[in-house]
Write a protein that binds this ligand. Structure first.
Ligand SMILES: Nc1nc2c(ncn2[C@@H]2O[C@H](COP(=O)(O)OP(=O)(O)OP(=O)(O)O)[C@@H](O)[C@H]2O)c(=O)[nH]1
Ligand SMILES: [Mg+2]
Length: 237
């Protein structure tokens, strides 16, 4: 049999190198991320309608994407908590917009219900969609939406629809590829090229994207650094 070593799933350390090549963060940026995320974080609200959103005043970063993509897991991973946000193998775990606030009031992480959860009733999907659209449109505290994409699928037609909504809502958004531990190195390289090509087509999408694995802790420090730099640049603006 031919040597299929390159098809072997690479060790996380190799993927980490690839990630470093793709997006190099300085020591200072990584330190700023570490510092920001050393604050205690707690659940402050779960909202099902605009009227029950927490009062604005703290910058917000929202985690969006299709059901089961790993939004809640990524929130747990960057806050270094196992069960802050509830996760599940079954899609549709998160059924409201959940807000997690840093004790130092520097940031809130916002966990969205998943898009495209087939088993949810039509009525509840409509309700979430309306709420999410209003949130995206009117929330001035919202600094960026992180749009999570499952690495195994890449950007799907449903993700494309979400990107169109985000393009229209004038909110800055950034692609985060999740579960990269599931890919072989070749697949990962192809995915990077495809994602780059796709981002160019969406002017509101941030030109750089992140590779992450909550399971293996890949790309987590870099994502914290990115979020920290975002807050600083907003303060300066
Ligand atoms: N292999 C792997 N599995 C992951 C990773 N992140 C999340 N998962 C798994 O994916 C499933 C869904 O994760 P969640 O974090 O609940 O996904 P979600 O996007 O919040 O899902 P909804 O709340 O239904 O929208 C769980 O079984 C997780 O353990 C990852 O980095 N690698
Ligand atoms: Mg969830």
């Amino acid at each position: 049999m031919a040597n299929n070593e390159s098809d072997e799933k690479v060790k996380s350390v190799d993927k980490q190198n690839l990630l470093n090549l793709l997006k190099i963060k300085s020591k200072e940026e990584l330190e700023a991320g570490r510092r920001l995320f050393s604050s205690n974080v707690s659940f402050i609200a779960g909202s099902v309608k605009m009227g029950s959103l927490p009062i604005e005043g703290v910058p917000e970063i929202a985690f969006a994407g299709r059901s089961n993509v790993g939004k809640s897991s990524l929130i747990n991973s960057i806050t270094n908590r196992k069960t802050l946000a509830r996760t599940s193998q079954n899609p549709g775990r998160t059924q409201q917009i959940n807000f997690f606030e840093f004790e130092n009031k520097e940031l809130r992480l916002v966990d969205f219900p998943g898009f495209g959860y087939a088993k949810a009733s039509k009525k509840s999907i409509e309700k979430w969609t309306r709420l999410i659209h209003s949130y995206l449109r009117y929330r001035t505290a919202l600094k960026r939406v992180l749009l999570l994409i499952d690495s195994r699928r890449g950007i799907s037609p449903l993700d494309e629809e979400t990107m169109k909504v985000l393009d229209k809502s004038a909110v800055s958004y950034q692609i985060i590829l999740t579960k990269i531990d599931k890919l072989k190195i070749k697949e990962l390289e192809e995915l990077i090229v495809r994602t780059e090509t796709n981002c160019i087509k969406h002017p509101a999408a941030h030109p750089s994207f992140h590779l992450t694995s909550s399971l293996k802790g890949i790309g987590i420090q870099e994502l914290k650094a990115e979020i920290a730099s975002l807050l600083t640049s907003h303060v300066q603006n």
